[in-house]
Design a protein around this ligand. Structure first.
Ligand code: AMP
Ligand code: TRP
Length: 328
């Protein structure tokens, strides 16, 4: 059975892009794979976190995994900092990572621009820690959104380099990116991806937005000129994005939706129906989240068990790595 590994940072509320681009796919993949899903708290530390709210943020991501349908009987769910081998392997991989290859990372370049005054080493090293996450579990495939492909490529490079220097140790992972949903765009600006760090909350729908807020945000969402509801990402990027969201939320084909609205007089009816599709899509998740809120002990136990299982695999890999390098 092939292994998949993925993770999300606890750096704020998750949005529809995270769900459609990543987590929704995990739920489907967990049935045919040995699956490991991590809350990558150490990654989130690369930007300032408030210690008073960090714990809640970390737990909220784990809750979303469970509420979305990640099943702890089938998958390992755990918190990155509970398994020390992640930081340990990161150090070893640092010694075979090259500075120019990290300087090339798009996400680093963007964040370096935003954090000019307080640019920390963690931001630079972020992709190496991510490579450690992936390689520890001998991962075959990494289900992520499009923005993470470059990081998975680096994990491949480091795995190949380590194997060349020290002998066959790591599996060479590949990114698993679905065609639809891999890059959900901002509702207020369809030229940029939906993002938690967008300046306006009109950019995204969070997984915990109420039905009223969802309706309001979709009503305000930018559209393109003309009235046709057709899927054309180049000429009609806003409508293409809304059609993608509609299709993934409702489970209906884009062609089907195009047909339904072929004679629409404008965007109003389409937007109304889309809002309802998103509200219904998120409803079960939101209901399960509420249940989990009153069940923190159960959650903590799941995370503890997950960490234990993860540790077994990670410590085995780490032992192999140390042997190969000649550490005593
Ligand atoms: P992050 O919030 O950066 O930790 O991302 C968590 C996961 O969501 C990663 O697999 C990302 O690739 C994915 N993701 C983030 N933003 C989007 C988006 N706008 N569209 C699709 N996937 C996304
Ligand atoms: N960097 C990823 C993101 O921002 C999160 C992440 C950390 C990750 N480690 C990972 C994703 C390992 C997949 C595999 O989305």
């Amino acid at each position: 059975m092939e292994t998949i590994f993925s993770g999300v940072q606890p750096s704020g509320a998750l949005h529809l892009g995270n769900y459609l681009g990543a987590i929704k796919n995990w739920v489907e993949l967990q049935n045919q794979h040995r699956s490991v899903f991590c809350v990558v708290d150490l990654h989130a530390l690369t930007v300032p976190q408030d210690p008073k709210t960090f714990r809640e943020k970390i737990l909220s991501i784990a809750k979303i995994y469970l509420a979305a349908g990640i099943d702890p009987e089938k998958s390992i769910i755990f918190i990155q900092s509970h398994v020390k081998e992640h930081a340990e392997l990161c150090w070893i991989l640092n010694t075979i990572s090259r500075i120019p290859e990290l300087e090339r990372m798009t996400q680093f370049k963007e964040k370096a621009e935003r954090h000019k005054k307080d640019l920390n080493m963690g931001l630079f090293d972020y992709p190496v820690l991510m490579a450690a996450d992936i390689l520890l579990y001998k991962t075959n495939a990494v289900p992520v959104g499009e923005d993470q492909i470059q990081h998975v490529e680096l994990a491949r490079t480091l795995a190949e380099r380590f194997n060349n220097y020290f002998g066959e140790t790591f599996v060479i992972p590949k990114a698993f990116v679905r065609k639809e949903g891999a890059r959900i765009m901002g509702l207020d600006d369809p030229s940029k991806k939906m993002s938690k760090s967008a300046p306006s909350a009109a950019n995204y729908i969070t997984l915990t937005d109420s039905p009223e807020i969802i309706r309001e945000k979709i009503k305000k969402a930018v559209t393109d000129s003309g009235k046709e509801i057709i899927f054309n990402p180049i000429e009609k990027p806003a409508i293409a994005n809304l059609l993608t969201i509609y299709s993934l939320a409702s489970g209906r084909l884009i062609e089907d939706l195009q047909k339904q609205y072929a004679n629409a007089a404008g965007y109003a009816e389409f937007k109304n129906d889309l809002s309802e599709a998103v509200v219904e899509f998120l409803r079960p998740l939101q209901e399960k989240l509420k249940e989990l809120d009153s069940n923190e002990d159960v959650m903590l136990k799941i995370l503890n068990d997950g960490a234990q299982k993860a540790r077994q695999i990670a410590s085995q890999t780490m032992k192999e790595v140390k042997d190969k390098i000649g550490l005593i």
